[in-house]
Write a protein that binds this ligand. Sequence first.
Ligand code: APR
Length: 167
Amino acid sequence: MVEIVQGDITTLDVDAIVNAANPSLLGGGGVDGAIHRAAGPRLREYNKTLGGCPPGEARLSPGFDLPARHVISTVGPVWHAGDQGEAQVLENAYRNSLELALANGIRSIAFPAISTGVYGYPKEQAARIALRVMKEYEPKFDRIIAVLHSPEDYERYRRVLAEMDGG
Ligand code: APR
């Protein structure tokens, strides 16, 4: 089962937490800022060696000071009007994060709601894409967790997942 929890992704003791990063991978606001603060400055130093990340792709780093063993940084799409391939890029961000995790023996992974903050992706549409891809990969992991920061986002994910499960 895909788990849905409300809270701060930086507190999770899992093999990997996913960061909604920007293409520099060197930090920013939102969940990216929170992850860099909690991981400590070594994350930024490490990420300098990665040479950035295009939208829809993913990169692996150690977790440093986080309880999580790894950080998987991915870059979601900036929402324009939905006619510039945003949905495909968002799906790729989830899918490539999960494939990178599998390739590195990661068994438990937590995702924030990629692109739904600063990048402006409509939350309901993003939730459908996120949960569809997570459900597809769920048999290959011990735990896949969607972490929502606000109670409203948490309730939205619960409802969308229930609808997808036919409830
Ligand atoms: N834990 C879990 N979720 C969080 C946390 C946290 N500690 N902090 C924020 N969020 C949630 C937000 O509520 C939002 O729903 O993460 C979601 C994604 O929002 P953003 O962090 O703004 O990410 P995104 O929309 O993908 O924009 C990426 O923001 O600062 C940057 O460097 C980043 O430029 C990039 C952009």
